[in-house]
Design a protein around this ligand. Structure first.
Ligand code: PEP
Ligand code: MN
Length: 336
């Protein structure tokens, strides 16, 4: 339930509404807006009888929210949220943010080379997996803690904040020690214990859409993180599984403007995992930005043919530089 206070509502009236909600055994979360305050009601598992609050002085409207998410919804928080990672602001409506790097950290030489190249080309954030969620157990699973250290060192050397995946609640602490932004991969979008632990950690989280998740399930997953007190969530559309196998996944471009309508959280797009094919990454990166994405995440490898994971979809450092050059006129056109 969301209680919208009138323009003229006084502080005491807002306090009285909060008290009435708390007397019902529920939690009240005031959301001050530019023009008026709304009060979110949390902690209910079913319909809330609004008779004790709807006629209180200052109350303009009571909205019953039937969706499985509230804190992430625009109804709850009309202004766009901005998430800060290092010194990069995501969702600010300024120039979109570019995250680039290899699928996995493979060696010091590989991550350093990639980090220098993507920095030089203008990337804002460096990515690289250390804990890899691979489909089968007989493939490269990542360098784990050693990979985290190499990634963090590459970030320090280039001045780029770093993003890497965290796969389990038990490893949130160690990943958070080394990374600025913690990624939840598509396969873990509904790992609720992981989401709750990330919510408690307070660290910025990049939540990827599950490959078979509806938009509602995606936003409900983000809600788990916010419900634990962490508002620093960036969503990422990375393609969903459809009937067509010509591409690895299908980039759901319409999810980007739709999520902007439904939620205040920033949303990025990952054309690498969405397409699985190098030649499609540049066009789909640009399409996502035209659709309103707050940023893109692209895989870059200095020698994709030797990559231990996701080589076919990785851009070479030269391809990445070409993409960055293509973005300049696009940003002009989009007014950034
Ligand atoms: C990745 O970013 O390398 C990754 C495994 O992505 P996803 O979870 O979207 O498949
Ligand atoms: Mn990958």
């Amino acid at each position: 339930m969301l209680i919208v206070m009138g323009y003229q509502a006084r502080k005491e009236e807002i306090a009285a509404v909060i008290k009435a909600i708390e007397c019902m055994g529920l939690r009240a979360e005031p959301i001050p807006g530019g023009e008026r305050t709304a009060i979110g009601v949390l902690g209910n598992t079913g319909y809330v009888d609004d008779s004790t609050v709807r006629d209180l002085p200052g109350v303009q409207e009571v909205i019953h929210v039937s969706k499985p998410y509230k804190l992430v919804s625009r109804a709850f928080h009309p202004e766009c949220s901005v998430v800060t990672v290092g010194n990069v602001r995501i969702g600010s409506g300024e120039r979109p943010v570019v995250t680039a790097g290899p699928c996995a950290v493979e060696s010091e030489e590989q991550i350093m080379r990639t980090a220098r190249a993507v920095k030089k080309a203008g990337a804002d954030l460096l990515r690289g997996g250390a804990f890899k969620p691979r489909t089968g157990p007989h493939t490269f699973q990542g360098l784990k803690e050693e990979g985290l250290k190499l990634l963090a060192a590459a970030g320090r050397e280039t001045g780029l904040a770093v993003v890497t995946e965290v796969m389990s609640p038990e490893t949130v602490g160690i990943v958070a020690e080394h990374a600025d932004l913690l990624q939840v991969g598509a396969r873990n979008m509904q790992n609720f214990d992981l989401l709750k632990e990330l919510g408690r950690s307070g660290k910025p989280v990049l939540l990827k859409r599950g490959m078979c998740a509806t938009i509602e399930e995606f936003l409900a997953a983000a809600e788990y993180i916010l419900a634990e007190g962490n508002p620093n969530v960036i969503l990422c559309e990375r393609g969903i599984r459809t009937f067509d196998t010509a591409t690895r996944n299908t980039l759901d471009l319409s999810a980007i403007p739709l999520i902007k309508e439904l939620s205040h959280l920033p949303i990025m797009a990952d054309p690498s995992h969405a397409t699985g094919k190098r030649s499609l990454v540049r066009p789909m990166a640009k399409a996502a930005l035209v659709a309103g994405a707050d940023g893109i995440l692209v895989e870059v490898h200095p020698e994709p043919e030797k990559a231990l994971s996701d080589g076919p979809q990785s851009l070479t450092c030269e391809d990445f530089e070409a993409l960055m050059n293509e973005l300049k006129p696009l940003y002009n056109y989009l007014g950034f």
